[in-house]
Design a protein around this ligand. Sequence first.
Ligand SMILES: *Cc1c(COP(=O)(O)O)cnc(C)c1O
Length: 437
Amino acid sequence: MGAAIFFWSNALDQGFTRDDHCGLPEAFRQADLPALAAREGTPLYVYAAPAIRQRVRALREALSGLDAGIRYAVKANGNGAVLRLLAEEGAGADIVSGGELERALRAGIAAADIVFSGVGKSDAEIALALDVGIGRFNIESRAELDAIQRIAAARGVTAVASVRINPDVDAMTHAKISTGKAENKFGVSIAEARAWFDAKAQWPDVRLDGLHMHIGSQLLSLDPVREALARMAAFWKELAAAGHAIASIDVGGGLGVRYREGEQAPDAREYADAIRQALAGFGGRILVEPGRWLVAEAGIVLTRVLLEKHGQARRFLVLDAAMNDLLRPSLYDAWHDIVPLGAAAARESATYDVVGPVCETGDTFATARELPRCEAGDLVAILGAGAYGASMGSTYNSRPLPAEVLVDGDRYAVVRRRQSLDEMLSGEQPASDWRRT
Ligand SMILES: *Cc1c(COP(=O)(O)O)cnc(C)c1O
């Protein structure tokens, strides 16, 4: 095969360069993946530390000159080692649960650098966040604003908060990850937010001085972002003119990545320029909440071919990874490039439905995919698995959670050991301790 090299438009992203020889992002090439799979077993999540560092640095550099902070969306990949790596590069966290708050704090992220998003925060989660001194709440409803007021007053503290605006724009992404349309459950209308600011004396223990938005995920065009930012900017100016000082504008996350060879994703500079233009003249702090963009392409799933099956109508490649390990293809019909490693890479091609062993027809990673012919035991990499991969994993079909490793050059560390059967079953007990309800 030739050595044609596909470069990212942004030179800072060279850790993600792929060539057509092995199809693997460069950051994984120094690692001996077959040895890693032999030692740690499959399915195995592998994250490349240099690729994550490169992304966060590229974003920081793109935002330079702005008073801007990165609040990494923990739900994309909450592994403690990944969080620690991002924290070392100066990222804070965007969390959506008490569990994610705990993860972020344990990774050494300062509470002040954490924002709390999400449409349904429990009283216990709000209290926990106030007790640790969280930086900011992104409030999504009047009921939540009332709850935060009540809980902050009881504790004698002031909660700092932004209103999550639902700007009613179409993010032009998959319906299940679109969040900024009027019919979505997220955020409130500008009219409702205006009413809150006008009545903010009703919530004396909430410092309501910020705006927030997050219109959706895997955005491949920046046009919806620009449109939403324009609405946010007009609203910030209107509020400022009415005497409501705005200290923070959080533009959310959503920046898309390249899941498929040849796909074009927006780059950090274009994104930062869109923010710079829309928020020109804003004197407060700007926050960005990327998740996927920082980690998706820095992760792969290593999996082995269990068997090849010639069905009545189609040819199947059955892997030892399944939808419980990587849900995105089942949930979103998402495309992930699949790359056979080792000897298979050189074979002639065949057309496969690539599936897992789980008892669901939806347990399909790819349909009618042209791949080098594979045999039982071959090692295969599923690319673009660093975000919404392990974090969405389950033990469905009683399959223990896979191990996760971080590679850095030719070194690796296990950052989550493979779940044992005992661990998977822990917590369950026979119905012997009966009590009255
Ligand atoms: C999920 C989420 C993000 C991150 O989205 P990505 O598409 O992974 O960048 C950011 N902000 C909020 C409020 C979210 O819910």
